[in-house]
Structures are given as structure tokens and as C-alpha cells.
Design a protein around this ligand. Sequence first.
Ligand code: NI
Length: 193
Amino acid sequence: MRRTLLPILAFVVGLVGLCIAAFAVLAPKTQEGGTSSVGGPFTLTNQDGQRVTERDYAGRTHLVFFGFTHCPDVCPTTLQQIGDVLRALGPKGKDTRALFIAVDPERDTPEALKAYLASFDPRIVGLTGTPEEVSAAVKAYRAYVRKVPTKDGDYTMEHTALVYVMNGQNRFLNALNLARPPEEAAAELARML
Ligand code: NI
């Protein structure tokens, strides 16, 4: 009896393990549910000085990106690319928002963000706050931010350059790959809107 049961038990355990593994791999890609591990509540101030929370952007798929206005290249390039993708969405992207969360609140006041973002697509919203508020948002999105002193006594910020696609329930759907023509990225994003 024991001899026949053991292989069956091993098979069942293996099957359950396989199902869990498959779920873990496929779960972050599911559009309907999304995953709750990335993203979360935040309270920040937008570039117009208004206090906002994640609930203000819930209800429809939106993008989230961390950066700072003194960023030499990655941020301006990414903001330009996000604008290209939003324009490539056409009328479908009319109400799509991209949240640019400032990781350098010391220098990135709402006014500084407003001036900086004037060069980019108006659907990109600048968000900043106290260092504690920004830290909470960084933590909620599991982003990485580090202040790095520069030779001239100034500083720069190392940060996650991921563009998060969040669904209407503020759940992470995918990271948007911008290293391709904007039309391609827009086509993928359109399927998640
Ligand atoms: Ni940057």
C-alpha cells in the first residue's frame, strides 16, 4: 500500500508546486487582477500646489515614473519618450496620465516641477512632497533612490528608471519598455487601457 501511495503523493506535491510556480510567473502579467506588491497609497503635491493621493489617478490605467528635474539625461529622455507614446495613442490616450514623482523634493518644489514639465506633454503630472511623503511613495512602488554627492560639492540622485503601468485599481500591470518605436509601445499600452 505504502509503495503505491508514495509516488502518487510525490506526483501530487510536484503538480501543486508546478501550479504555484506557474501562477507566480504568470500573475504579474494578468491584466484583470494585477499584483498588489508594487504601488500603494501616497499623498503628494502636484505641480499646481494641490494635494493629491493615488485615488485621484485611480479609475483608469496610468503610468508612474520616478525622477528629478536636475537629472542630466535619463529623465528628460524618458519624459520625451513618454510624451511620444502618449501622442502615438491618439484619441484613445486623451485622458491617460503619466505621474512623474520627484525623488529630489529638496530642489523639486511644485513650482520647479511646473517650469520643468512645461517642455513635455501636458498629460505628464509632476508630483512632489516632503522628504517623508516622497520616501513613502518610493517605498510603495519598491523603487530605488540614492543621493550621491558630486565632485563640485553638489549632488545627484540615482533612481529607478522603470516606467510602471498601473491599472485603474492602482495595481501594477507591467513595466513599459520604451526602447522601441513609440507606436509599438503605444500599441502595447493601448491593450492595457
Ligand atoms: Ni533621472
